[in-house]
Design a protein around this ligand. Structure first.
Ligand SMILES: [Zn+2]
Length: 422
């Protein structure tokens, strides 16, 4: 049984505020992606409509439904950034680059919105640089505070930005990794950055890059927590409205394709930024045509996955999943897969093991559970770690097991990656 959470359905663009949104695709009534559940919890679960739309005026891609943030990011928020060694290395390198490039020292202040368990800030903290984290999730904030990272338990926005500025706590570096797209009032968030950023400060903001999402058909990042699907073209006027200039951009491969933008109170655009803006214009960033291939790809992926799973069922084969990430919920929902199709989902995070996927109730188990489980096929929902997952399970493959990877294109792996071309 499900219930609808408090939500608002927007008609005005979250960026330029014009009443001009056009729908791209509806996903029906979807579970709340991060809401993993304890097996003994019998309370009704949340599920809400999910509709992708775009604004033909500024080009901002967004979802129409704003689910109440306290429903989305409640006390049980399961994501701890320190869990993934690859992410830890990435953020450490990024922090070390900033320390050197900005010549940060004991008198500097680094503020991070959505600082999670304080992992990235800890790199600055260890170097003797002042830090302040801001995060709304109870568990990660406690972990951050326990490791000595000064952390405010709050949502970041214009009010908090002004409050900190009033206390003369202005940021030499302001970090916001994978949070801008989660914020319902985008203008309020950017106004907060402008308020708290020192006149000579640098804001470094990361978000999944829209063109990457479209090119690799990573539609599974579309869920209620992700209100925006960001490109540079709609962001420039949005930042400019609040006195901020986007000066530079770097594209990285993390999370399947991330843009790291650099904004300040000083005008000026790098060649890389100008080239990316030109590319977005060439692709038709403000038009519906930008999404044509992406939407067709989704349909094709669904058809191929259903055909492969129907063949398994016909042979009496059993299936498990791999990866209990938030985006796994979107993928399972879009493909219509539940407990009847997927026996359990393997995940490395001890915070998730023993819980169940939202609404479907598919149990989450540690990767070791695959051995002796009788499962002979695994659908890799964490497709961006497919190579690593396949490589870590040679015995499963040797025993005749197969992995399926639905994104970017449906693939089957029946041998280890050393002997297969991934
Ligand atoms: Zn707009």
């Amino acid at each position: 049984m499900t219930r609808t959470p408090p939500l608002e359905r927007i008609t005005r663009c979250r960026g330029c505020q014009r009443d001009a949104l056009e729908d791209l695709i509806g996903f029906g009534t979807a579970p709340i992606a991060d809401h993993l559940r304890h097996p003994e919890d019998q309370s009704p679960e949340y599920a809400a409509p999910l509709t992708l739309a775009h604004c033909p005026h500024c080009g901002l891609c967004q979802i129409r439904e704003t689910v109440e943030p306290r429903v989305l990011f409640g006390p049980d928020y399961p994501y701890f950034s320190s869990v993934s060694p690859a992410l830890m290395a990435y953020f450490r390198a990024s922090a070390e680059d900033l320390i050197a490039a900005r010549n940060l020292g004991p008198d500097s202040l680094v503020i991070e919105a959505a600082s999670n368990d304080g992992y990235m800030l800890s790199v600055f903290h260890e170097a003797g640089i002042g830090v302040l984290g801001i995060d709304p999730a109870d568990g990660p904030v406690k972990v951050a505070q326990a490791r000595g990272i000064d952390t405010r338990h709050a949502f970041f926005g214009a009010d908090l930005g002004a409050e900190l500025a009033g206390q003369n706590r202005r940021a030499d570096v302001f970090l916001a990794n994978n949070v801008l797209a989660h914020v319902a009032d985008t203008n309020d968030f950017v106004a907060g950055i402008s308020a708290v950023l020192a006149d000579t400060g640098l804001a470094v903001i990361e978000f999944p890059y829209l063109l990457n999402m479209l090119d690799i058909a990573a539609f599974d990042t579309i869920y209620h927590q992700h209100l925006l699907y960001l490109a540079l073209t709609p962001l420039l006027p949005l930042f400019a409205r609040h006195g901020l200039h986007i000066n530079d951009v770097v594209l990285t491969k993390i999370h399947g394709g991330t843009a790291r933008i650099f904004a300040s109170k000083t005008p000026g655009q790098s060649d890389a930024l100008r080239q990316l803006l030109a590319e977005e214009t060439r692709r038709g960033i403000k038009t519906r045509a930008l999404y044509g291939e992406f939407l067709a790809h989704l349909e094709q992926m669904k058809t191929q996955t259903h055909a492969a799973l129907a063949a398994l069922r016909a042979q009496g084969k059993s299936l498990a999943g791999y990866g209990a990430a938030a985006k796994s919920t979107t993928l399972l929902h879009y493909l219509g897969l539940g407990r009847d199709e997927i026996a359990f989902i393997l995940d490395k995070s001890p915070h998730k093991q023993g819980l169940q996927m939202p609404v479907t109730g598919i149990p989450i188990r540690p990767p070791e559970a695959l051995k002796d489980s009788g499962i002979d096929h695994v659908l890799i929902l964490a497709w961006n770690f497919a190579r690593e997952i396949v490589a870590e399970n040679p015995e499963f493959l040797q025993a005749g097991g197969q992995f399926f990877v639905p994104i970017p294109d449906f693939r089957t792996y029946s041998t280890a990656p050393e002997s297969a071309s991934i």
